[in-house]
Design a protein around this ligand. Structure first.
Ligand code: FAD
Ligand code: SIN
Length: 534
């Protein structure tokens, strides 16, 4: 199959880019691939909202920039922060034009929420299901674009580069080029090659490498793993953000339900097992300190008190307002036996967001020619060592737009026609899988190692142990991959092992505690600020 523009991922980054480029280039064919249903994305689960300076009387670009830089703990790229904050407002307005609805006050002004690390109320939201509303509006708009084809249940396995033409490609090869991808089309169970003039990677996050995460099952870091295999640049993978407040439900593993930080923005208070409001002991901003601080404080309280959760107390809040702003949370808590007007909500931290990823420049270009990246899979320099709440949807839209702008130039460049030389997928020597247990057990072991050794608090011994476990899992899985017909399950576990390795390796390289990376062997900060590039 051949297409002009290939988009991998149907979350906010992929859909925004596809819509823009399809509109600007009506004669070009845009193909979006997504590995499960089209709306099953991290985007769909976003709750709190999207940060933007909409009220210029009280708020300002300067304040939003400052808040982002403070959260990022010295590692943000200031130019990128300025770009995102300033251009973000136009992107939000475009989203509104595409039909996304945000909550309004009776006078017609947008209702603005507040979350940890924000000095002002600046978060637009649609009740507590903002992401679902955005995804809905974008998918509706896509339906009306005649030159976009969205193919669901198409699992991208690898990016095609010169390596597939028989050339040796290493990290130091100049001008590695992306020609397209190999995909496992689950609609016909065939492995196909899709050749494209330009490709956008928008594959989202990797929360699934941990046992407890707010991310859905699709968040397995495929894009990062593919780029790493293709010898592209990856950076800052040690900065995994743990959301402080996922609903604690005994025995529930995999995706945990999020209790948005906006609940604390509206007055929710964290309490430990003794009922003590503990955040004042850790930070003067108390419950609205940046996420790394709150998650570490909760982790410490759970360890000190020997509990698996702390509480979020909302009993004192105006219950009518709570129901209006957080109907989904209210309903979910009730179904778990928690009446927020009478009971405190049991919560614990869960892996939530990957601040690092595929290294990109200000135009969303990766180190691989013809391959752009936007959204959670990219590392743009916005988040530094810790992401400010509600900045990721904004970042995804700003860089989807910038990738779109730059792709227009890319499409004008002449390209060598290598299509006929790209081989079909080679499945020689592989047989149908006989034992799924080999994959599911590896996955369990991986999640356990990452949660126990590479979580909120790390040290050198734990990282070393994680590395040893990963070595073994890598060896066994590569062996399985060589001799087994590929399946999404096998590819995902392979990708997750790669992503876990990148997290551990980057964590080992960072000989300091900074932002989300907290290593008790290096409590001091280094004077030299640097990214960990792999
Ligand atoms: P996603 O929306 O995750 O989309 C990824 C896409 O890639 C999917 O379509 C998937 O199928 C596809 N894909 C992946 N791998 C493959 C493959 N191998 N082959 C084919 N397709 C593939 N951020 C905020 O700013 N504000 C919030 O309020 C907020 N709340 C959040 C709440 C939750 C519970 C979670 C999990 C995240 C939240 N975030 C929030 C973060 C934010 O939602 C994500 O960072 C953002 O939505 C990521 O968008 P994306 O387009 O990069 O990826
Ligand atoms: C939340 O609603 O608490 C999540 C916001 C985010 O991840 O940015």
């Amino acid at each position: 199959m051949q297409t002009d523009i290939l988009v991998i991922g149907s979350g906010i980054a992929g859909l925004t880019y596809a819509l823009k480029i399809a509109q600007e280039c009506p004669d070009k064919k845009v193909t979006i691939l997504t590995k499960t249903q089209s709306d099953e994305t991290n985007t769909k689960y976003a709750q709190g909202g999207i940060a933007g300076v909409m009220d210029t009387e009280q708020d300002s670009f300067f304040k939003h920039i400052e808040d982002t830089l403070i959260a990022g703990d010295g590692l943000c790229n200031e130019k990128i922060v300025e770009i995102v904050v300033k251009e973000g407002v136009d992107r939000i307005n475009e989203l509104i034009k595409w039909g996304a609805m945000f909550d309004k006050e009776p006078d017609g002004d947008y209702k603005l929420g507040k979350e940890g690390g924000h000095s002002e109320f600046r978060i637009l939201h649609h009740k507590d299901i903002t992401g679902k509303e955005m995804e809905r509006a974008l998918l509706e708009a896509i339906k009306n674009a005649k030159n976009i084809e969205l193919i669901s249940h198409c699992f991208v396995i690898d990016i095609i580069t010169q390596h597939h033409l028989g050339f040796l490609v290493t990290k130091s090869t100049p001008d590695i080029e992306c020609y397209g991808v190999y995909v496992l089309n689950l609609n016909n169970n065939k492995i196909e090659k899709i050749i494209a003039n330009v490709t956008l990677l928008a594959t989202g996050g990797n929360g699934q490498v941990y046992r407890t995460t707010t991310n859905p099952a699709i968040a397995t870091g495929d894009g990062v793993a593919m780029v790493y295999r293709a010898k592209g640049r990856i950076e800052n993978m040690e900065f995994i953000q743990f959301h402080p407040t996922a609903l604690y439900e005994a025995g529930v593993r995999g995706q945990s339900f999020l209790i948005t930080e906006a609940v604390r923005g509206d007055g929710g208070i964290l309490r430990n097992a003794n009922g003590e409001a503990f955040m004042g002991k850790y930070d003067e901003r108390k419950d609205l300190a940046p996420r790394d601080i709150v998650a570490r404080a909760i982790d410490n309280e759970m360890k000190v008190n020997g509990t698996e959760f702390v509480y979020l107390d909302c009993r004192h809040m105006d219950q009518a307002k709570f129901l209006e702003h957080f109907p989904n949370i209210h309903e979910k808590c009730l179904s778990a036996g928690v009446d927020v007007s009478k009971d405190m909500i049991p919560v614990s931290p869960a892996a939530h967001y990957s601040c690092g990823g595929v290294k990109t420049d200000e135009w969303a270009r990766t180190s691989i020619h013809g391959l752009y990246a936007a959204g959670e899979c990219a590392s743009t320099g916005l988040h530094g060592a810790n992401r400010l709440a509600s900045n990721s949807l904004l970042e995804a839209m700003v860089f989807a737009h910038r990738a779109f702008k730059h792709s227009l130039d890319h499409l004008k460049q002449p390209r060598e026609n290598v299509h006929d030389r790209i081989p079909d997928w080679n499945a020689d020597g592989t047989t149908a899988p006989t034992e799924m247990i080999l994959i599911t057990q590896s996955l369990k072991e991986l999640k356990l190692a990452m949660s126990d050794y590479v979580g909120i608090v790390r040290n050198n011994e734990r990282l070393k142990r994680a590395n040893r476990r990963l070595d073994l899992l890598h060896e066994e899985t590569e062996n399985l991959y060589e001799r087994t017909e590929v399946s999404p399950q096998l590819c995902q576990v392979r990708n997750m092992i790669t992503v876990a390795y990148l997290i551990v390796k980057s964590a080992e390289l960072r000989k300091e505690s900074r932002g989300l990376h907290y290593n008790t062997d290096y409590l001091e900060r280094s004077a030299i600020l640097q990214n960990t590039i792999l």
